[in-house]
Design a protein around this ligand. Structure first.
Ligand code: PGA
Length: 261
């Protein structure tokens, strides 16, 4: 794990129109300090990306796309490509459980998206995580290993440094039932061991592994204090400027504690 940088990523999902998104950015800009050790990434609705990109200080905030199609151009009505997002966003969320479960994306789609992001200089944030029934059947390890392998197949070792992984147990997303820090750390270890298997020891320590699923101001520090976790992917709490700013502040404080260890 790197810990020289902590990632705090806000996934706004299909919430807020362009005006409301811009208002939220305005509030965040006045409360969040620019800090070298914390990478604050905002993922507003695709429609708002252009307006927000003109509004933000890129040292304070980076932008992420929530989704895109893996082909660069062509007859794909209604889709937006990584090629079209290039220059507008630094990151893109790929394989979020809502994409997998509501929109039926499978590992092959996710793999193609990871590659499309990388070829367009966008860092994919690859989300992996087990469902409640997979967890009940003790399948977490196999599910994570399969999703990592499925998402990263064809990613070369010189590209993997541009990938971020988020452990997002499906049962924890938007439910208030967050994973315990111990479970999140156990999952991060499984993810890292799979990366070690694919790319070797050294690289396995460099790929950031985040936790996501019902993160709030109350539980954020518990994850941020875990050396195995490099940050948080936040849904609901990222829509509230006070909560999100507070979590960014906690990330900075947790980073200072790790430094002095
Ligand atoms: P949540 O969403 O924080 O609302 O649980 C997390 C996510 O979907 O990334």
């Amino acid at each position: 794990m790197s810990k020289d940088k902590t990632y705090i990523i806000g996934n706004w999902k299909m919430n807020k129109n362009i005006h409301d998104s811009s208002m939220l950015v305005h509030k965040l800009a006045s409360t969040i300090k620019v800090r070298r050790d914390v990478e604050v990434v905002l993922a507003p609705v695709t429609l708002a990306l252009q307006a927000i990109s003109l509004q933000i200080n890129r040292r304070q905030f980076k932008l992420a796309a929530q989704n895109f199609y893996w082909r660069d151009e062509g007859a794909f009505t209604g889709e937006v490509s990584a090629y079209q997002l290039k220059g507008l966003v630094e990151y893109a969320i790929v394989g979020h459980s809502e994409r997998r479960h509501i929109f039926g994306e499978i590992d092959k789609d996710i793999r193609s998206k990871v590659q499309a992001a990388l070829r367009n200089d966008i860092k994919p944030i690859l989300c992996v995580g087990e469902t409640a029934s997979e967890r009940a059947n003790n399948e977490t390890k196999d599910v994570l290993a399969d999703q990592i392998l499925g998402g990263l197949a064809n990613v070369a070792s010189n590209e993997i440094k541009n990938v971020v992984i988020a452990y997002e147990p499906v049962w924890a997303i938007g439910t208030g039932n967050f994973a315990s820090p111990e479970d999140a750390v156990a999952a991060a270890r499984i993810i890292r061991s799979q990366i070690r298997h694919l790319y070797g020891e050294e690289i396995s320590h460099k790929v950031p592994v985040l936790y996501g699923g019902s993160v709030s101001t109350d539980n954020a520090s518990a994850y941020l204090n875990c050396i195995e976790l490099d940050g948080l992917l936040i849904g609901g709490a990222s829509l509230d400027s006070h909560q999100f700013s507070e979590i960014v502040k906690k990330a900075h404080n947790a980073g200072k504690k790790v430094d002095s260890k």
